[in-house]
Design a protein around this ligand. Sequence first.
Ligand SMILES: [Zn+2]
Length: 243
Amino acid sequence: MVTGEVRLWKMTRRMVREALDAGRIKGAILPTGSTEQHNEHLAMEHDTASTLHIACQAALELYPRVVVATPIGVGLSEHWMEFRGTLTLKPDTFFAMAFDICESLKRHGIEHIFICNGHAGNSPLGKQMEDFRQRLGIDVRFASYWQAYDEDFVKQHMESGDCPAHAAEFETSMALAAFPGNVHWDGVNLEGVDLQISNERYAPRDPLYFEAARDLATPGKGRVMLDAATRWVVAQMREMMGE
Ligand SMILES: [Zn+2]
């Protein structure tokens, strides 16, 4: 297997030009994530890091036909703003950013774009796809990577049976598998102040998720979930590119 750089922002203009001129690049994956609280133990970048990881693994599998566009690392997270550190975009800003990136790719001749989402709150972007397709005249689709899993698969691999949940067994397992430096158990206390701020309104399941993360997450589970999501994204891209 021959592989090389798939991350657009790591390539030089010569690398991109030569690949496009030779007709090697057929499609792109645009990861959309968030910068938002992930309970007491997981880094804010989790949704961006996970979808970026899956996008890169999928693009490597399809090398050189697919590149990964620069991820959108802030999403729709208004519902978590009470937890300090969370960043959010307004829906119109977010939709416009995604559209402009797709339009840029189209202007370079890339006509199959898969928006690979890693944050459930970003789902309203999916409702923009008909509009994107009409305005751009290209094949652009949106899906969250956990659409890769059906109920049985989740039951088989997640003891909590909960997926994607939030910063619980699933996401913590993936972080342990792919970027363990994002998991910080030291100094974490379930009675933490932040945990209680909006429990009633927004995060009544936080303690439950926290316990699932602490007691059930393993890197092995994370690897299984990441690999299945990667295979699914590869299949989506192949279908889009008519392979
Ligand atoms: Zn998340």
